[in-house]
Write a protein that binds this ligand. Structure first.
Ligand SMILES: Nc1nc2c(c(=O)[nH]1)N[C@H]1C(S)=C(S)[C@@H](COP(=O)(O)OP(=O)(O)OC[C@H]3O[C@@H](n4cnc5c(=O)[nH]c(N)nc54)[C@H](O)[C@@H]3O)O[C@H]1N2
Ligand SMILES: Nc1nc2c(c(=O)[nH]1)N[C@H]1C(S)=C(S)[C@@H](COP(=O)(O)OP(=O)(O)OC[C@H]3O[C@@H](n4cnc5c(=O)[nH]c(N)nc54)[C@H](O)[C@@H]3O)O[C@H]1N2
Ligand code: SF4
Ligand SMILES: [Mo]
Length: 687
């Protein structure tokens, strides 16, 4: 493909998005001129989002990094000189060796996430390298850790309703997820259900694009979702809308739960959540009487102090109503049916320091500042922590440490890369070979290079191969080709769903469906301690968590029961969910995507605006004890008073003024050590 100047070539979207779309890359004179959806892909069927339709702008952007560079200016200043790959690799390996010898290998920390979902690059050759090095380990909990943990306490595994089944639902609750922007093919499937009469209810803190598309929008105070779920359970038990036979057979703890939810009367829950009592009853009746009700549990409601419990509580709803037995009924957080042979990929036997300490990625600023003695070198790839990690000011101070040796591998000179001692150019996913699974649908994809690499850029696999060899590690393990790695990753997975997913099948078809033939017995094989759906969780009790779903107010924040008072210095809840045209901080530096998003804004309720003499279009300052940013006010009734919203992780252009994470906290969630991006409070004034 790479040698063919013209033609249409299959590809897969590499971004951290549930849809994992099949793509077609249209090449003319050796360059991609158009990106479209692959109509043969059974789930994504030729439709793709606008972001990726404009991917060529990113791939051929004039600011793509072309060659390795060494810092010559101050940290963060962005002044670099060109060096060769040989020099770069030599310098990094030399530094890692001397730092290891002097301070111990644990003083080196990798920092990565899923800027490119290719398994070989983020869960493969890189892991081999850090295992052999004996580096500290990164706890990668910035995205969905709280919710996944909460879900697993109830259901055992991150599995739920399959996408294709949702077109058979007659009621779809989209709860804390902005699927029009973040999971567009779920919207297509829900539209099919809607044509057959399904109703779509959206429960969110603001009238996002999904709420505008749905049939009924229910706004609530941030972080009060577990209270709402408990209120719904109260009505369901009270009105006999539960499925006794199902609960007997498939759950534990339903008697205890029935007693427990008596405390969550619609009246009290209305007070906590801001959802009117009549709406709570109406929603419970709608849910309890549905033929097949599906709940899409988004990521938004779990980025809170109580995020794990929000998901855990909602996950009890399909269990008490027996919805799991209905086609199109149930719920989904993520669908992790695929798995690779991670030992073959990561080579845990190479681990030179099995006791290496673990650093939580949400607390990177704190780790760098308070632990100065212990972290001496940092290697960042597939992530942009200066923009995406909470508490930016602290992260920035950490990265500014003169004694810290930092390497950043990226496609662009991100805010993070500006702090690097060595910057390395990364290939785009269309320039490399890698393997992609989806965390929503059941297809596995192969990407092979379609275009030549930009400048001297290298893939993660190539980078860590070179580094491993320069360190003197086993040349065979660090010299493996991507094809060999894929073949090994797909062999002996011990996972029946992976039957038939082989390198050869992928080379022939580009994407291969998981073998779902053993899937019918989903409920019979729940991997919880009891083997049943755990409405009461003994494990949670052992870990000091409430064993039954229980509402706990946010650490920093307000609800209807504890509203902000006159003494509160930061009386507004501040939420910064993703926007439509960026993918986290990716695309925030391409002009086309910036134009589509217009500018970084703060949505503020007319009542909150009036108190502060703020009018639509005013420049405003948003601040708290952690930081201060500047945005343009958009006065709107799209959320309840007391909540302000800024969508999108902006960073390019006017410097640090618009980085929303300057305001967010690095507190960890109740479960899973997850991020609490949306549990922050602020004050706002006109500039
Ligand atoms: N266009 C686009 N698509 C993306 C991304 C992107 O940046 N842009 N990011 C990708 C990634 S990494 C992820 S994890 C997913 C995330 O995608 P989603 O699962 O959709 O999650 P979010 O967009 O973070 O939040 C969804 C909604 O939850 C709301 N919310 C916040 N707090 C609460 C609460 O307490 N209760 C309720 N009910 N709602 C609340 C937010 O305001 C937002 O409208 O999207 C992926 N897809
Ligand atoms: N305030 C707030 N903060 C958030 C969120 C939020 O909703 N609000 N969402 C959070 C969530 S859910 C997530 S998942 C995180 C995401 O945070 P990140 O994983 O950091 O995601 P991106 O911002 O997309 O940054 C990915 C970087 O990887 C680079 N990259 C892409 N491909 C490659 C490659 O092949 N090799 C290398 N070396 N680099 C590559 C890209 O150029 C980009 O700079 O952000 C979190 N931060
Ligand atoms: S970002 Fe999501 S919707 Fe857009 S092309 Fe990629 S996988 Fe598809
Ligand atoms: Mo995420």
């Amino acid at each position: 493909m790479i040698d063919q100047e013209n033609g249409v070539f299959p590809a897969v979207c590499p971004l951290d998005c549930p849809d994992t779309c099949g793509l077609l890359l249209h090449k003319e004179n050796g360059k991609i001129v158009k990106v479209t959806g692959n109509p043969d892909h059974p789930i994504t069927k030729g439709a793709i989002c606008n972001k990726v339709r404009n991917m060529a702008e990113r791939v051929y952007h004039p600011e793509r990094l072309q060659y390795p560079m060494r810092r010559v200016g101050a940290k963060g200043e962005g002044k670099f000189e060109r060096i060769s790959w040989d020099e770069a690799i030599h310098e990094i390996a030399g530094k890692f060796k001397s730092i290891s010898a002097k301070y111990g290998s644990e003083s080196i920390l990798p920092y990565s996430f899923y800027g490119n979902m290719g398994i070989l690059g983020v869960d493969g050759m890189d892991r081999r390298f850090f295992n052999a090095l004996g580096a500290s380990m990164l706890e990668q909990t910035i995205c969905n850790a709280a919710g996944n943990t909460g879900w697993k306490y109830t259901m055992g595994a991150n599995r739920g309703t399959l996408p294709e089944d949702t077109e058979h639902s007659d009621l779809i609750l989209v709860w804390g997820g902005n699927i029009v922007s973040t999971n567009m093919h779920q919207v297509v499937l829900a539209e099919k259900a809607r044509k057959k009469g399904a109703q779509i209810v959206v429960i969110d803190v603001h009238r996002n694009r999904t709420a505008q598309w749905g049939d009924w929008f229910i706004p609530l105070y941030p972080g009060t979702d577990s209270a709402l779920a408990l209120g719904l359970m109260n009505v369901l038990f009270d009105r006999g809308l539960t499925d006794e036979a199902f609960m007997q057979k498939y759950t534990v703890g339903h008697e205890a739960l029935r007693d427990h939810v008596r405390d969550y009367t619609p009246e009290r829950v209305a007070h906590i959540t801001g959802v009117p009592e009549a709406d709570i009853v109406k929603l419970a009746e709608l849910y309890g009487n549905a033929q097949a009700a599906h709940i899409h549990i988004g990521n938004g409601l779990q980025h809170h102090d109580n995020g794990g419990m929000n998901v855990r509580s909602i996950a009890c709803l399909p269990a008490i109503t027996g919805q799991w037995l209905k086609r199109g009924g149930g719920a989904v957080r993520t669908n992790s049916y695929a798995s690779t042979n991670s030992d073959a990929l990561e080579r845990p036997e190479l681990r030179s320091n099995p006791e290496a300490r673990v650093v939580n990625m949400n607390r990177i600023g704190e780790a760098l500042l308070e632990d100065q003695q212990s972290i001496r070198a940092l290697m960042v790839y597939c992530s942009n922590p200066l923009v995406v990690a909470p508490d930016t000011e602290r992260v920035e101070r950490g990265f500014a440490r003169e004694d810290l040796f930092t390497v950043v591998h990226d496609l662009f000179m991100t805010d993070t890369a500006k702090y690097a001692d060595i910057v390395l150019p990364a290939k785009s996913s269309f320039e490399a070979t890698d393997l992609y699974t989806s965390y929503w649908h059941q297809y596995v994809h192969l990407q092979e290079p379609v275009i030549a690499p930009m400048g001297e850029s290298k893939s993660n696999v190539e980078l860590f191969s070179l580094l491993g060899q320069a360190m003197g590690y086993d040349p065979e393990i660090f010299g493996e080709t991507p094809e060999r790695m894929i073949a090994d990753a797909l062999a002996d997975t011990g996972n029946p769903y992976m039957n038939g997913v082989t390198l050869e099948a992928l080379q022939e078809h580009r994407f291969v469906k998981l073998d779902m033939s053993s899937h019918d017995s989903f409920l019979e094989q729940l991997p919880t301690p009891s083997g049943k759906i755990e409405l009461y969780s003994e494990t949670m009790a052992e870990r000091g968590l409430p064993p039954l779903p229980t509402y706990r107010a946010l650490v920093e924040g307000y609800d209807g029961e504890h509203p902000a008072g006159p003494d509160d210095v930061h009386p507004l809840m501040f939420l910064s969910p993703p926007n439509h045209n960026f993918l986290n901080s990716t695309f925030a530096n391409t002009e086309k995507h910036q134009r589509m998003e217009k500018m970084p804004m703060l949505q503020i309720h007319p009542e909150d605006a009036a108190h502060r003499n703020i009018e639509d279009g005013d420049a405003v300052v948003v601040w708290n004890d952690r930081g201060r940013i500047e945005l343009i006010a958009k006065v709107s009734e799209s959320m309840l008073p007391g909540t302000v919203i800024s969508q999108g992780l902006w960073w390019d252009g006017s410097g640090r003024k618009q980085r929303v994470n300057s305001l967010t906290s690095n507190r960890l969630s109740d479960m899973g050590n997850g991020a609490t991006f949306f549990s922050a409070t602020v004050e706002v004034k006109r500039q």
